[in-house]
Design a protein around this ligand. Structure first.
Ligand code: GLN
Length: 470
């Protein structure tokens, strides 16, 4: 009830596309009954959880914030959603995102941008000496980051205890950093993608947003595991559940990738990053500078691979099987074209066009195949660093704290926002686990996140270190 009332109170944040109040109340009632009657309880029994609107939810509209899927009600639950429900979680609703999870601001969906709850915080307002007045007429609000901005805002505004996001190039970690919550991207293959509407199949993973690291570990424990419906899930994963309390970090080796010290990094984030490294050192950990030499190629490489996979993924939206269909009866081709013109925004269409260009017979070798080779080099950089004895890498999550919406949407900012993913995208190309945790407030009174990156399938070790730092 408390969470539902907070959802209503914070409606102006635009964090939710659909609020599944009736479903949540019914689940709460059943949970209470289980408790009262002394039945065994699930790991998440009675816990309010929100789900990004690109996960299929049986009987609940799933839009990907796109006209293409508006009104689409899936007949089944994504595996991760089913696992949450099987453990007694309450489904509070579906959260807002960039259309088809393409973006890093949560500004590009058909339901409008998500507002960062911190825009209205005492810490930020106090510093700016501005009054919080009639939320909606106030244009000076901050973005949440994205594309899982609705999920991050939902957790940050206390409307739920955890939320599912998705992470293809940083979409869980980036908004987590901007909204002051924990954002976990599990190892690729640890958590099923079945029912997560794909962006880039070879990089997508369901992400977890929570208020603290322990909660992320509990949710991961529920979600992790082989799924016969997703052939990329591993048969025998490590199942993190309760994290041990690490008291001694003296055997830990923390790597600081020197290429992540980019000119675009804000000096404040940089100094918090180095403070964090100092803290590890002062507690006895070994902190060393390491090199990930192919970092500078990662944004371009990601772009070629992402758009190529998008081009083929989006082919399914033809107006025949799902969602929107335009009423043009001149020819089938004309119907396809009109449907896709109406259904997709310019970001999605732009990526479909780029991807098809990279996949043309004459370009395939030069772009797509080359990008795959570069991806291997990027992934090997991490392998080499971990082989040299490093346990975790410590990096910033984003270049700066959250920026005002009006600044973010400026035309010349579009390229900068691609640059924003510089610390997160390489991790997806390498399939590694990474977590962003809130580190401190900036001088503006806004949260700054730090990222830990771990060895593949060492999610538990990663979270244990993050918990120590938290
Ligand atoms: N910002 C990146 C993109 O737009 C990553 C998105 C994501 O992780 N879903 O592709």
């Amino acid at each position: 009830q408390k969470c539902l009332s907070l959802i209503k109170k914070t409606k102006f944040l635009n964090a939710y596309i659909t609020v599944s109040e009736e479903v949540a109340l019914k689940q709460a009632e059943e949970s209470e009954k289980r408790y009262k009657e002394g039945h065994s309880l699930g790991d998440l029994d009675g816990i309010p959880i929100a789900v990004k609107d690109n996960f299929s939810t049986s009987g609940i509209e799933t839009t990907c914030a796109s006209n293409m899927l508006k009104g689409y009600v899936p007949p089944y639950n994504a595996t991760v959603v089913q696992k949450l429900l099987d453990q007694g979680a309450l489904l509070m609703g579906k959260t807002n995102l960039d259309e088809f999870a393409m973006g890093s601001g949560s500004t590009d969906g058909i339901f409008g941008p998500v507002k960062n709850p911190w825009s209205y915080s005492k810490q930020y307002r106090g510093k700016k000496q501005q009054k919080t007045h009639g939320e909606d007429e106030d244009s000076n609000w901050l973005i949440t980051g994205g594309s899982s901005g609705g999920s991050a805002a939902a957790v940050s505004a206390f409307t739920c205890f955890a939320a599912l996001g998705s992470d293809t190039g940083g979409s869980t970690r980036n908004p987590a950093a901007h909204c002051g919550v924990v954002g976990l991207k599990p190892s690729y293959g640890l958590v099923s993608r079945h029912g997560l509407i794909p962006l880039v199949n070879s990089m997508d993973v369901p992400g977890i947003l929570t208020r603290c690291v322990d909660d992320a570990a509990i949710v991961l424990g529920v979600l992790a595991g082989h799924d016969p419906k997703d052939s990329t899930t591993v048969q025998d994963p490590v199942k993190p559940f309760m994290l041990p309390s690490l008291t001694d970090v003296s055997k830990l080796c923390v790597g600081i990738p020197k290429e992540y010290l980019t000119p675009e990094l804000s000096s404040e984030v940089q100094s918090l990053w180095s403070k964090a490294a100092d803290l590890f050192e002062s507690e006895g950990a070994k902190v060393i500078e390491v090199s990930l030499p192919h970092t500078s190629y990662s944004i371009v490489c990601y772009h070629v691979l992402c758009t190529s996979e998008v081009a083929s993924n989006m082919a399914r939206f033809d107006g025949l099987e799902y969602g929107h269909r335009c009423d043009v009866d001149v020819s089938t081709e004309a119907m396809y074209a009109a449907t896709r013109r109406e259904g997709f925004n310019d970001v999605v269409r732009g990526r479909i066009l780029s991807g098809n260009f990279f996949l043309l017979k004459e370009n395939y070798e030069n772009y797509f195949v080359k990008a795959q080779k570069v991806r291997r080099l990027i992934a090997n950089d991490f392998v080499n660093v971990f082989k040299s004895g490093v346990d975790v890498l410590l990096t910033p999550t984003t270049l700066s704290e959250a920026v005002p919406y009006l600044e973010f949407i400026k035309e010349d900012n579009r390229t900068r926002s691609a640059q924003d993913d510089i610390f997160t995208q390489a991790v997806n190309m390498a399939g590694l686990p990474a977590v962003s945790i809130p580190m401190a407030l900036s001088s503006q009174g806004l949260p700054v996140g730090l990222q830990f990156i771990g060895r593949a399938f060492c999610d538990q070790q990663l979270l244990t270190v993050a918990k120590w730092f938290e």
